[in-house]
Write a protein that binds this ligand. Structure first.
Ligand SMILES: *Cc1c(COP(=O)(O)O)cnc(C)c1O
Length: 348
């Protein structure tokens, strides 16, 4: 049972929907729950506030943290839905398992989301393209210097408004020196350490004039794996191609949704290893080629320039590109404009 303490005031009135920086202004409430003595205790929704943790808290030292990222949308009929929360839950469970953190029951997770979004849904305006980004996170809180599995955790969920922005096409560099993930590692888990480790190679690429890196596999550096913190996808002629899931690929909910929509639109879907030499060859043969990142935040992020071993190539980004149609269909399903054939929308 989730206990609720309503905030006395809402600071929504101070939120400028026409001009805001994403991710720095939380909504009015936070969900919190602690794990102690083998149990998740006192799930509650309370006014948003800063947390107090011990400087000895194990998350600060050993990186035992995982998170999720999903969105709630207002449909054209005014109803609010969360997009595929069960799929996010399954991934969270896999991340928790990999990081030796205690599982969260699905009923508690769904209850927490449902109750919190019910309370915060008024933050999603009905006249603007704004969704609510939902960030569940779990951190190890046992106060102890000593390398072992923490016995105490904090589970929180915060929300913040997000514009349905239309990202500019990006220039990317295929990274053949640094790696994001190696086989058998934690690449498939949404754990904090993966992101801290990606900053340095990304900054190096940015100094060379590229906005993002395309990661390659740790063993051969020949196969492309992910686009920054998004899954990478390619439209080549009539095929929609993306790396198959493995221990080094994050099982993206957007990736999975786009693949299904692609099939429904008549594209031939292939989940397999993609050598970058295949991309070079496709450019040389003048094939139709679109490259994009797929993830919850931007939905799709078109690539306008891909730098491979010293040469720049230009994928197709004109308005009639398939990737925009895929994105549009995904948005239509969420908005209740296209039928929700796969029950992806979870009504609040
Ligand atoms: C979160 C994430 C993605 C995208 O997953 P979605 O569920 O589509 O948001 C892809 N790659 C990495 C490394 C991620 O952290």
């Amino acid at each position: 049972m989730i206990t609720i303490q309503q905030s006395a005031t809402s600071h929504k009135a101070q939120f400028n929907y026409d001009n805001f920086v994403f991710g720095i202004q939380p909504t009015d409430h936070i969900f919190l729950c602690e794990y102690q003595s083998g149990e998740w205790l006192s799930p509650r929704i309370v006014p948003y506030h800063n947390l107090t943790i011990s400087p000895l808290a194990m998350c600060l030292h050993y990186g035992q943290t995982v998170f999720e990222g999903m969105k709630a949308f207002r449909q054209k009929n005014g109803r609010v839905i969360i997009f595929r929360p069960e799929k996010h839950y399954e991934r969270l469970s896999r991340s928790l398992e990999r990081m030796c953190m205690p599982q969260i029951e699905q009923s508690m997770f769904m209850d927490a989301l449902q109750t919190l979004i019910q309370m915060e849904q008024h933050w999603i305006p009905d006249d603007k393209d704004i969704s609510l980004y939902i960030r569940p996170f779990i951190i190890a809180t046992e106060p102890r210097i000593g390398i072992k599995v923490s016995q105490e955790y904090l589970f929180g969920i915060v929300c913040t408004p997000m514009g349905l922005y239309y990202p500019e096409p990006v220039s990317v560099k295929v990274e053949t020196q640094y790696v994001r993930a190696a086989e058998g590692g934690v690449g498939y888990a949404k754990c904090g350490g993966n992101y801290g480790a990606a900053f340095y190679p990304t900054l190096q690429a940015q100094k060379q004039g590229f906005e993002q890196v395309i990661w390659t596999d740790a063993q051969t550096h020949e196969c492309i794996e992910e686009a920054g913190t998004m899954n990478i996808m390619i439209v080549m002629e009539n095929k929609l191609i993306t790396p198959c899931l493995s221990s080094t690929i994050l099982d993206g909910v957007t990736r999975d949704s786009i693949l299904q929509i692609g099939r429904d639109m008549g594209l031939q879907v292939e989940e397999r290893k993609i050598k970058y030499s295949e991309i070079i060859q496709a450019f040389q043969e003048d094939k139709h080629l679109e490259i994009f990142g797929a993830g919850t935040a931007a939905v799709i992020s078109p690539v306008k320039c891909i730098h491979i071993e010293g040469t720049d190539y230009s994928p197709y980004i004109a308005k009639d590109a398939q990737m925009y149609a895929l994105k549009q269909q995904l948005e239509n399903i969420r908005k209740g404009i296209a039928p929700d054939l796969y029950h992806w929308n979870y009504a609040i």
